[in-house]
Design a protein around this ligand. Structure first.
Ligand code: PMP
Length: 433
């Protein structure tokens, strides 16, 4: 028998964790499909997919078999040599990626991939400044943290990397210029920056790239359809690189293999992580021959291209393809939207937004003023959701979004359970206020 209360004490004693303030962490024993189970036998639907990694659920058979087989053959080598799984996975990614993005540089995770993408862009363009978006999340290492917009994540760590210029994101629900009458003012801001470099840059106007998430993870911010093509057009006009961070959106989450496919946009560099290792840590930076040929990274991250991670990632991507996971995610995203619209009391709903199974529900106190539901209330609802068997994270620039991003294999019945739990938790906490 595991005494989980004693274990949680040890967790507190020995582990430095990120989030402890709202709804205590739950000690997870095992997983099965969209479900995870704790040591008391309580089951939860994991609406965060193990932090948006386990699109195929928590026990994908093919991936588990691949990991076992590979562990018998070779556990770790490095990219100073190479190995069969690393080659096969890179070949597979080249086959499914858009346009000329055919060359993979392996990393061990997403933040590191964005660091490498920055280096690649800087060394190719010989320009050090980079544009990033409001509400962006690109990682927690010092360079990627500078690209990340949250000040609470940055507090106490400055000075960070010089040369990051921030522009607005396409947050249409709270558009300052009255979307859809705004003439895409958020994209225009990129044009303004590039036209008036003396005003925006700290250099001689040395802007080499923009980095963006095609759909922002924090709050599930989905841009209007003409936004990304417009950004691409501006990048071409001013000859800067477009770096698409598909770390969270990649491999089916939005209903396409890569989110940029929704808008037929081909970035110059694409960063990947999470699903790419099938649940084992791995990341990658994908680019064209042209950009890759002059790039020298010095040495390699120790575990980049790890054989087990690459073999797991290959099995994962093959399963996503074979089982039509992208289409399923698209359909289930639609069904989830429908169920939430029907079940959540409209007076609290700011916006329900999903692209495939990427997105969430933004809750407000007052629909007319769009005043966000306070963080404390969000925390109380989250606690109630935990009691009702739902692991869900709060997110968004104002902290008033429940991000609902379960494994992509979720069924209609499970979606109905999610919608019912949300409705009941909201009514429990807000019904009395
Ligand atoms: N970019 C995006 C869009 C992400 O969602 C994440 C992880 N949440 C990262 C970068 C950083 O990846 P990692 O946590 O693997 O360093």
């Amino acid at each position: 028998m595991v005494d989980w209360k004693e274990l949680m004490e040890k967790d507190r004693e020995y582990i430095i964790r990120a989030w402890t303030s709202v709804a205590e962490p739950t000690l997870i024993r095992n997983g099965d499909g969209v479900w995870v189970e704790d040591y008391d036998g309580n089951r939860y639907i994991d609406c965060s997919s193990g932090l948006f990694v386990m699109a195929l659920g928590h026990n994908p058979r093919k991936v588990i078999d691949a990991i076992k087989e590979q562990a018998e053959e070779l556990i770790q080598i490095s990219m100073r040599q190479t190995c069969l799984p690393a080659i096969r996975l890179a070949e597979k990614i080249a086959m499914i990626s858009p346009g000329p993005l055919k060359k993979t540089y392996y990393t061990t995770g997403g933040s590191e991939a964005n660091e490498v993408a920055l280096k690649m862009a800087k060394s190719y363009k010989k320009k050090f400044e980079v544009v990033a978006l409001k509400n962006a999340y690109h990682g927690l290492t010092l360079g990627s943290l500078t690209l990340t917009s949250s000040t609470s994540y940055r507090r106490g760590f400055g000075p960070l990397m010089p040369g990051v210029i921030r522009i607005p994101n396409a947050y249409c629900y709270r558009c300052m210029y009255d979307f859809p009458n705004c003439d895409l003012w958020c994209a225009r801001e990129l044009e303004n920056v590039l036209e008036d470099k003396s005003f925006y840059t700290s250099s001689a106007g040395d802007i080499g790239a923009i980095i963006l998430e095609p759909v922002q993870g924090a709050g599930g911010i989905i841009p209007p359809d003409d936004w990304l093509p417009e950004i691409r057009r501006i990048c071409d006009r001013f000859d800067i690189l477009l770096i698409a961070d598909e770390i969270q959106t990649g491999f089916g989450r939005t209903g396409k293999m890569f989110a940029v496919e929704h808008w037929n946009v081909v970035p110059d560099i694409m960063t990947l992580a999470k699903g790419i290792g099938g649940g084992i840590p791995l990341g990658s930076v994908l680019t064209s021959d042209e950009i890759a040929k002059g790039f020298s990274s010095g040495t390699t991250p120790t575990s980049a291209g790890n054989p087990i991670a690459c073999r797991a990632g290959l099995a994962y991507i093959e399963t996503v393809e074979e089982e039509g996971i992208c289409d399923h995610a698209l359909q289930m995203g639609g069904y989830l939207t429908e169920c939430l619209r029907e079940s959540i009391p409209p007076r609290y709903v700011g916006e329900i937004r999903f692209k495939g199974l990427m997105g969430g529900i933004e809750l407000v106190e007052d629909r007319a003023t769009k005043a966000p539901l306070p963080r404390k209330t969000m925390g109380e609802i989250k606690g109630s959701l935990l009691n009702r068997g739902l692991l869900v994270s709060t997110s968004g620039p104002l902290g008033n979004v429940f991000r609902i991003q379960p494994p992509l294999i979720i069924t209609k019945e499970e979606i109905e359970l999610v919608a019912t739990a949300l409705k009941e938790a909201i009514l429990e906490i807000l019904g009395t206020k």
